[in-house]
Design a protein around this ligand. Sequence first.
Ligand SMILES: Cc1ncc(COP(=O)(O)O)c(C=O)c1O
Length: 250
Amino acid sequence: MGVHPIVNCCDVDGLEAVSKRSGIPLLFDTVESNYETYRGYRVGRFGRAECFSLHASKLLNGFEGGYLTTNDDELAQRVSYMRGFGFKGQDTVIDFGNNAKLNEVHASMALAALDDLPDQVRRNKSRYRCYQRLLADVPELRLIEFDEHEETSFKNIVVELCDLWPINRAATLRLLNSEGVLARAYYAPALHQKKTSYETRFDELPLTEELAERFLNLPCGEHVSLNDIESIVLLLKFIRDHANEIGSRI
Ligand SMILES: Cc1ncc(COP(=O)(O)O)c(C=O)c1O
């Protein structure tokens, strides 16, 4: 399973080479890379199949739900049976199944969002440009830039807290959240550090653990205005410039 990161695509060619060499089938979780191209080709065509989300926080909002894309006719047929209880025809169960149908209300919302997609990307781009311009004055935070050689959604705004950023990620998040800025630490703690009811195979993944502490998702999406972005960056500068006083009080 190749998982595309929140900004830009993963190494599709590299993973395809491993898959070919080893004979292990390759799937992609393309939830966060919807709309993007990889080497000029739109996502949705790679690996044996790719999965996407229609959750309200995603580029294509259908309230909830998701979909798969595949060029494999046999797989397409099989998952389409599985979506509807494993039924073939009216009452012959031929496979494992679930009630995974996309209902009409969700589908209508997704279709409306699809019509709006190019405009949404244009609005995302203006928010991204605003962050890019204002964060240039905060070199202690590195904005993860979209690869503009490809088509991209400009949706997610992720910054890395560089070594010169004066307080840790948890405290930064707490401050932002308590001032009403809904920043998030996505994918943290790292998956292997989450409590599970079953045993996990990894004790320590030091690089993963370090990376999981360094990034922050800043607010993005339709409800974030350019004025909001100005306030967010002002607040980040305030935190940077008063880190000592803040540190001593928290
Ligand atoms: C990379 C990735 N995969 C899968 C999901 C889950 O999608 P859903 O909420 O539609 O199950 C998310 C949700 O944030 C995600 O970021």
